[in-house]
Design a protein around this ligand. Structure first.
Ligand code: NAI
Length: 330
């Protein structure tokens, strides 16, 4: 079977080639999937896409015309795929529902610790023989209240780590998770959870959650709250977040995802003039930490992504039953 990978990075090629147990023909293309590039998949049974490939109705029509039968997401979030259009075109869609949720949860914690204890500044400072502590004051996480929005696979892993730090953990989700509750997490209404000292977002991006964090919801937050987003950029209204950083309402912001990230992330733009003024403004704050969608990026997660994606494609091609979480459209 021929599988065409869009937005393929060298590490995708390395892991998928290593775990190609079905000996499929794997074609790696480094550009994103779009209406202009969809024809490159002509004749491929499956296309494999990542977080910023825009799988719109127009793209799906082109894939269907090229005889593609399966769209396999090599990620968990699927807000970038027009599922209805895929259904109408008779194309099956699958994803990797849970690949090392700990990878993302641990990255969220890394962002929080960096912002709090300013290890990024200390690293640079000491290299310049500046051993002063001025400006590096942090606070104990022990005893602080952490608000978690979305307690699925990643949110649950994040809650467990924060409980281990001795934090009080409060959470909001549409469905309370009994295991999380048994661990000591208290479910509260969203507006109560927003009053925590630290807030971490772990819900998917959809119509209900778009700009969940905006000037109205931020008004409920404690002045000086710390906000971490490793989920999807669209959960935060970036313009409102910039205003909240300027006023001090947000004392720190850690983002692994960004609303307009598809124009920036996963490439080296060090020689370019960046046209996006909002990311430039965010990068100028000393209390904002940005990583370029790397929370998933561990050895364990990459192995899991490669094996699950290839298994999903194999099962769908055999019309076999797929894990219900993995099968978005089987
Ligand atoms: P999951 O599906 O296991 O959990 C999502 C949780 O959010 C569920 O418990 C669901 O009930 C809840 N939820 C849905 N709508 C909600 C709402 N309106 N308010 C509050 N909670 C709501 O997903 P998982 O695996 O935990 O991933 C969460 C998100 O993390 C993904 O949707 C994806 O966007 C993002 N992600 C980011 C990665 C990165 O590298 N930065 C890697 C993997 C996922």
């Amino acid at each position: 079977m021929k599988i065409v990978f869009f937005s393929a990075q060298p590490y995708d090629k390395a892991f998928f080639t290593q775990f190609n147990q079905y000996q499929h023909e794997l074609i790696f293309i480094d550009i994103p999937l779009s209406e202009q590039t969809a024809d490159l998949a002509a004749g491929a049974t499956a296309v494999c896409v990542f977080v910023n490939d825009k799988v719109t109705a127009g793209v799906i029509q082109k894939l269907a015309a090229g005889k593609t039968q399966i769209i396999a997401l090599r990620c968990a979030g699927f807000n970038n795929v027009d599922i209805e259009a895929a259904k109408a075109a008779g194309i099956k869609v699958c994803r990797v529902p849970a690949y090392s949720p700990e990878a993302v949860a641990e990255h969220a914690v890394a962002m929080l610790l960096t912002l709090n204890r300013k290890t990024h500044k200390a690293y640079n400072r000491v290299r310049e023989q500046n051993f002063s502590l001025q400006g590096l004051l942090g606070y104990n996480l022990h005893g602080k209240t952490v608000g978690v929005i979305g307690t699925g696979n990643i949110g649950k892993a994040f809650c467990k780590i924060m409980l281990g730090f001795g934090c009080k953990v409060v959470a909001f989700d549409l469905i309370a998770n009994k295991e999380v509750e048994a661990d000591g997490v208290e479910y509260q209404p969203l507006l109560e959870v927003l009053k925590a000292d630290i807030i971490s977002l772990h819900c998917p991006l959809n119509e209900q959650t778009k700009h969940l964090i905006n000037k109205e919801t931020m008004a409920y937050m404690k002045p000086g709250v710390v906000l971490i987003n490793t989920s999807r950029g669209g959960l935060i209204n970036t313009r409102d977040a910039i205003k909240a950083l300027k006023s001090g309402q947000l004392s720190a912001l850690g983002i692994d995802v960004y609303e307009q990230e598809e124009k920036l992330f996963f490439r080296n733009l060090s020689e370019d003039i960046i046209q996006d003024d909002e990311i430039q403004r965010l990068m100028s704050f000393p209390n904002v930490l940005i990583t370029a969608h790397q929370a998933f990026f561990t050895q364990e997660a990459m192995e899991q992504i490669a094996t699950t994606t290839l298994n999903n494609i194999q099962l769908l091609s055999e019309n076999a039953k797929l894990d219900t979480q993995a099968a978005l459209l089987a």
